[in-house]
Design a protein around this ligand. Structure first.
Ligand code: GLA
Length: 510
């Protein structure tokens, strides 16, 4: 036997095989750059370290089938399904509850996933090991739907301040006290803005008995409530019906009655209850039962606490929000400090108009006035539209440092009076070209009318008295932004409205 030739033959055969393999690899590398790596598997995605000291992480369990991806995101807040695609190294995943914006996007490279969660949190994920375990969240069915009686609060839309829009995670006791002082010294409190609401990231951990404690940013919640109460203000707080809040802090799942009691014992006057991780725990068909559980828990404390539902308008909340003890409910996703976002939120709220009234309000989200990314003309429109639609007025800016223009907008007593009118009607628009006219009937028989110019250049707006649903002829008309009386001639009033501006009048009849 010729060992050499045999070895050579084997070598030649092996070499040919290797060449074929390399050619195949090159082919796949061109057709599919992720070749050699697979996204299928479990990935450990590190999150942030929270203000309560907890290290957050997610587990991403993915399966690739061609360019399609299916899988699950697991977190302390529960889990939910994702579907998506991979093209080359790049992947996009959508959460089962939001098909509009990807929940995770990223690239597969060197055995890692480099990506972004919810468009803002970037991460590098590694393959998960058996040691990467999340606590099991056992399912607790919500009680059957029962009616929670009206708590007698929010007869007019709630007014105050909320920490989220500007400060987000940078809220702490000192800031809240300074804001409270500024609410008093700037005249905000006296204009009606009385709720000082701490949004997400105040939460600490639970003690051995399950009592939720604040984190180190809020050393003395009861002391803070006393501080606010002594100044004629009220304290608002935030939680979620899921195991975790939207910023991943511990929330009220399984502790609803206990947390309601804790909030009451601190002297809390307002609770914003944000769906967040409940996405992974409950079905959308359970929204009403889940919110009613907290509504009932608040009622049982015996303390008057405004109940603010925050579930982005899902499940036609306007039709049942008040039956769960809700005083206000969000009708839209989160507002941003931009003209498009502000207009989008107010337009989305239009179908909810018949459901607004004393004690229960549609909430197109908090104000961005003074946060710097809209013009003062646009902020005047923001304020006008919120007032015309009887929306809650929760300022979201730094009350300690307000420009004169911001103050003049937030403290415009005539516009606030339209928002706070006791009839509680929510205006709806009539559109003609770029001009949109919103008419709100008021308790004294007069009407507020706003003409918004949505277009790119100034337009002449004409308000016809005959369109104002007034009983009789115009007796008195006042421009609520110039604070001057104006005259209707031959049954109409005309004025130029700048691009993105609003002409706002209060008109009464003889
Ligand atoms: C959600 C809410 C916001 C805010 C954040 C806090 O996005 O809609 O208003 O409360 O959560 O995490």
């Amino acid at each position: 036997m010729d060992m050499r030739s045999k070895t050579n033959g084997r070598f030649t055969a092996g070499y040919k095989g290797l060449r074929r393999l390399l050619a195949l690899m090159a082919f796949f590398a061109v057709m599919c750059p992720a070749f050699g790596q697979s996204i299928t598997g479990r990935w450990y995605v590190p999150g942030r370290t929270l203000d309560n000291g907890e290290h957050q992480f997610y587990l991403l369990d993915l399966k690739q089938d061609g360019s399609n991806l299916t899988g699950k995101v697991e977190s302390e807040g529960g889990s939910f399904d994702v579907t998506g695609t991979i093209s080359g190294n790049h992947f996009e995943l959508f959460a089962s509850f939001n098909s509009k914006r990807p929940f995770v996007t990223g690239d597969l490279s060197d055995g890692h996933l480099n990506g972004t969660f919810r468009g803002n949190h970037t991460f590098t994920a590694r393959p998960a090991t058996d040691a990467d375990k999340l606590p099991t969240v056992s399912y607790i069915a919500p009680p059957p739907v029962r009616f929670v009686p009206y708590n007698g609060l929010a007869k007019t839309p709630p007014m105050g301040w909320n920490s989220w829009n500007l400060f987000a995670g940078k809220v702490n006791e000192e800031l809240v006290k300074q804001i409270a002082d500024a609410m008093v010294s700037s005249g905000m409190r006296d204009a009606g803005y009385i709720y000082v609401n701490i949004d997400d990231t105040w939460e600490g951990t639970r003690d051995a008995d399950g009592n939720l404690r604040p984190n180190s940013k809020f050393p003395d919640m009861k002391g803070l409530a006393d501080y606010l109460h002594a100044r004629g203000l009220k304290l608002g707080i935030y939680s979620s019906p899921g195991p975790r809040t939207c910023a991943s802090y511990p929330a009220s799942y399984g502790h609803e009655a206990q947390d309601a009691k804790t909030f009451a014992s601190w002297g809390v006057d307002y609770l914003k209850y944000d769906w967040c991780s409940a996405h992974g725990t409950y079905k959308n068909s359970q929204l009403q039962a889940v919110y009613q559980k907290m509504g009932k828990a608040l009622e049982s404390t015996g303390r008057p606490i405004v109940f603010s539902l925050c579930e982005y308008g899902m499940g036609d909340v306007q039709t049942w929000g008040k039956d769960v003890g809700g005083n206000l409910w969000r009708t839209t996703g989160d507002i941003r400090d931009s003209w498009d976002s502000m207009i989008d939120n107010i337009e989305k709220q239009v179908p909810t108009a018949p459901y607004a009234g004393p004690g229960h309000w549609n909430d197109p989200d908090m104000l961005e006035i003074g946060n710097g990314h809209m013009t003062d003309t646009e902020y005047r429109t923001h304020m006008s539209l919120w007032a015309l639609t009887a929306a809650p007025l929760l300022a979201g800016n730094d009350i300690r440092n307000m420009s004169d223009a911001t103050k003049a907008i937030l403290l415009n007593k005539d516009v606030i009076a339209v928002d706070q009118d006791s009839l509680g009607k929510q205006a709806v628009p009539i559109r003609q070209g770029d001009l949109e006219t919103w008419i709100k009937p008021l308790a004294d028989g007069s009407v507020a009318v706003g003409v918004v110019n949505l277009g790119p250049s100034a337009e002449q707006a004409t308000i016809l008295a005959s369109n104002l649903r007034l009983n009789g002829k115009v007796k008195h008309a006042r421009d609520l932004w110039t604070h001057e009386d104006v005259k209707f001639k031959n049954g109409e009033y005309s004025a130029e409205v700048p691009s993105h501006g609003t002409l706002m009048l209060r008109v009464s009849a003889k």
